[in-house]
Design a protein around this ligand. Structure first.
Ligand code: WQD
Length: 339
């Protein structure tokens, strides 16, 4: 009997790629999303790519009754909690909305799980919990800090799950600290589709390459890095999806909880990514060096050894593949999921 996994925020960028990876690994999946930051078209693409009608329920994870109905009508073996607002800048403007949705939603999910005898959860965390690291590469035991409400919601989410596990050993939690997710499914049929002006580098570069944006602003070239621009650990969303499958397989097979970095262990600068994207797309990426973005750090990349040790997982795709898959998605869907 296959295990059934509930994905919250299931129509989102990382969740939709994880959905396909779980089906490929022999899991059954039920998805929940309120489409507040994702398109219903994603479900059509999942059906096309998987050959199966997605088991989906439209609901807000803060709606306890709707969530309970999902658990009452299925045997859920584990949950992957993706549903959260994730824009750093927006979080400083709307802190209450971020705490209500990101923390309130997690609590509702955990309360509903407990009421239905489900005690395994994978939590979508972020390297942002490390703040500005004193040394590199980053290890899981490094000091944690948050410099914005979004980062605080990830830090608090991890604390809630740690305290839950300490209160009742039946709980098994897996916190996955994503570094910089990029790229798209190799088919080009699903990918990252930010609403409005992209905050993150690769989707912005992709929109310049496809002609939706005129020029890229490079936020500073006076950082203490090899070429002066910011260095980040970009990780292919397919590798990230595989990391979630491995995390669930461990939770289902081995007692205990864990927190691991999901990164490649390799940092690339803004200008290195721009050059790689130009090569992958065959397009010029016009750009200007401008002032640093407030709150940005110089460099951030993972030591992924613990994920390799505990999950038997490591990232396999390099920057060229990340750019090639991103470009295929962007060029095949210049306006994202908008019909
Ligand atoms: C990467 C680099 C920028 C845009 C954020 C969140 C983090 C996570 C991933 C959710 C930096 C530079 C960017 C642009 C640029 N999100 N840049 N021009 O800031 O590392 O992480 O997204 O979990 O929590 O903090 O990613 O892609 O925004 O920036 O020069 O138009 O690209 O300065 O050096 P970041 P990013």
């Amino acid at each position: 009997m296959p295990h059934t996994i509930l994905l919250t925020g299931a129509a989102g960028y990382i969740a939709s790629h994880t959905w396909l990876a779980l089906l490929d690994a022999g899991f059954d999946v039920v998805g929940v999303d309120d489409f507040s930051n994702a398109s219903p078209v994603v479900l059509e693409r999942l059906a096309e790519l998987s050959g199966r009608t997605p088991d989906f329920v439209r609901a807000d994870v803060g709606d306890a009754a709707a969530l309970a109905a999902v658990f009452q009508s299925r045997r859920i073996d584990a949950v992957v909690h993706f549903a959260a607002f994730k824009a750093v800048g927006e979080s400083t403007q709307k802190p209450l909305a971020y705490y209500r949705n990101n923390i309130g939603g997690l609590i509702t999910v955990c309360e509903t799980m407990r009421a239905h005898g489900c005690s395994r959860i994978v939590f979508s965390s972020s390297a942002t919990v490390y703040g500005d690291p004193a040394e590199l590469p980053i290890r899981e035991h490094f000091p944690l800090s948050a410099t914005n409400p979004y980062g605080q919601t990830k830090l608090i989410g991890e604390t809630i799950l740690r305290d839950l596990g300490a209160s009742d050993p039946a709980w098994q939690t897996g916190c996955l600290r994503y570094f910089n997710p990029v790229g798209a499914h190799a088919s080009g049929r699903i990918g990252e589709d930010p609403s409005g002006i992209p905050n993150n580098l690769m989707p912005y570069v992709a929109q310049v390459a496809v002609g939706r944006r005129a020029r890229l602003s490079v936020y500073g070239n006076d950082y203490p890095t090899p070429d002066g621009t910011g260095v980040r650990d970009y990780i292919h969303v397919e590798d990230l999806a595989a990391g979630h499958v491995a995390a669930l397989q461990r939770l289902l097979a081995t007692p205990g909880s864990f927190t691991v970095n999901l990164g490649t262990g390799r940092g690339y600068s803004v200008l290195e990514l721009v050059a790689a994207y130009a090569k992958a797309s065959g397009r010029e990426i016009p750009h200007d060096i401008v002032a640093r973005r407030p709150g940005d750090i110089a460099a951030c990349y993972a030591d992924p050894a613990l994920a390799r040790e505990l999950l038997g997982w490591e990232a396999r795709h390099d920057l060229d593949r990340m750019c090639a898959d991103s470009w295929r998605w962007q060029s095949m869907n210049p306006d994202g999921f908008k019909a």
